[in-house]
Design a protein around this ligand. Structure first.
Ligand code: COA
Length: 150
């Protein structure tokens, strides 16, 4: 059974837990604690959110909100907490957060990331094209986008 969930702004104190989830979610991740710190402290366009279940950090997401466009930079859920609708909650939170400020949300997702593609399709995202070698040689990305009010 799902516990009590809460979504809140990411703080510097959360970064150890975030990096733990990051390591198991993205095995080739280049995101370090310094990179996250820069995002939280210096990037005026960045907004990062934590999902808690019963007070424990179980996932996170981030966006860049630049003028009227929102770009999702990351979404990850702790492995043992997947399949409970939690990333869907985070995507809905992003939509609520940017509504009235942005018209569209877009993101890149690896063409072989079946769970993420299914998540974004379920969240109303459309396919906008392929970025060749976006994640490195031979690792292409789908660009996906959604209108906020869909
Ligand atoms: C992708 C990810 C964020 C999904 O998180 P999740 O909380 O398990 O997803 P949810 O439970 O919210 O599922 C939402 C929808 O996504 C799809 N989905 C999620 N996991 C899936 C899987 N393993 N296989 C197929 N579809 C899946 C389904 O459509 C699901 O809706 P449904 O349960 O009604 O069918 C999670 O697997 C993850 O952290 N992966 C590693 C990091 C990553 O790839 N992030 C995305 C980068 S672009």
């Amino acid at each position: 059974m799902a516990g009590q969930t809460k979504i809140r702004t990411m703080q510097l104190e959360d970064l150890d837990a975030v990096l733990e989830i990051e390591k198991e979610a993205f095995k080739d991740s280049t995101w370090t604690i310094e990179a996250y710190t820069r995002e939280l402290v210096m990037n005026q366009f960045a907004h990062y959110f934590i999902l808690e279940e019963d007070g424990n950090i179980v996932g996170y997401t981030g966006i860049w909100l630049v003028i009227d466009h929102c770009q999702v930079t990351t979404v990850a859920i702790k492995k043992s907490m997947r399949g409970k609708g939690y990333s869907h909650l985070l995507i809905n939170h992003i939509k609520d957060f940017v509504r009235g400020q942005a018209d569209t949300i877009s993101l890149e997702v690896r063409v072989d990331n079946t769970p993420a593609l299914a998540l974004y399709e379920k969240s109303g995202f459309n396919y906008g094209g392929i970025r060749k070698n976006y994640y490195g040689e031979g690792l292409d990305a789908h660009v996906m986008w959604v209108n906020i009010d869909e």
